[in-house]
Design a protein. Structure first.
Length: 243
């Protein structure tokens, strides 16, 4: 998607540049078959022509890009649940939220970003891929908050979702008012004992935070990324069309 946006912007800039060059070559302005001798009239007329051509180019590019995105593949209806999680997705936001109950007293809330990074995907034999979209592994950040009872401390676990796996980056305990419960927030996750790391992954997996969730999040965010991009272009188009 980032590649498509860059291509769209590049095309738009080129069109505006070409339009500016063409306007430099405009002949003397005619009105009703007669050449106007009023400099102010000529300036106003040329300015209006430039504005109309400028906006026309933007609208054409937006319509073409919207049509391309809609024809490339259908935009799926967002799901409302995944397993035991209830999903909350609000239009125009960069986040989605998941929540569920676990056991008798645990409340689990997960906040998930849209794609916020990428790394080269390894090829067969351990060779790192190139820089095209197909050669990149997109990254999603998500934060798991686990609380027990109202007003108690919250276990916060910061994670990464790769295309087919999750990765724990850090965890700490904070107070319910979002302040850190204690000054020492703990070490980086990879500094922990290997067996403890495995147990913490099992702790999350038993609560539905696992590799299957990573796969679902990537599919969901691909759809949301396109949906938000199309919505943004429609909004810009409607604004420019407004008289």
């Amino acid at each position: 998607m980032a590649r498509l946006c860059r291509s769209f912007r590049k095309t738009l800039i080129q069109q505006l540049h070409n339009n500016h060059q063409q306007q430099q070559l405009l002949p003397s302005v005619h009105s009703a078959g007669k050449t106007s001798t009023n400099p102010q009239f000529r300036r106003t007329y040329v300015s209006e022509m430039r504005k109309s051509a400028f906006e026309g180019n933007i609208l054409r590019l937006l319509r073409n890009e919207i049509q391309y995105e809609l024809e490339r593949s259908p935009v799926n209806q967002p799901m409302e649940t995944f397993g035991s999680f209830i999903l909350d997705d609000r239009s125009g936001e960069q986040w989605i939220r998941l929540k569920r109950k676990f056991g008798e007293d645990e409340d689990i809330k997960i906040e998930v970003t849209m794609f916020d990074g990428a790394v080269p995907a390894p090829k067969s034999g351990g060779v790192v891929g190139g820089g095209t979209d197909e050669d990149m592994h997109l990254h999603i950040t998500f934060i798991v908050n686990i609380s027990k009872g109202v007003g108690g401390d919250v276990l916060e676990i910061m994670c990464s979702a790769w295309p087919d796996s999750i990765e724990i980056n850090r965890l700490f305990v904070r107070a319910s008012d979002n302040t850190v419960a204690q000054p020492y927030a703990g070490p980086e996750f990879k500094e922990l004992d290997d067996e403890l790391q495995d147990c913490l992954y099992e702790f999350l997996e038993s609560r539905g935070v696992n590799d299957d969730l990573a796969i679902v999040l990537h599919e969901y965010m691909k759809n949301k990324d396109r949906t938000e991009f199309i919505r943004w272009m429609e909004t810009v188009k409607s604004f420019i069309e407004k008289k």
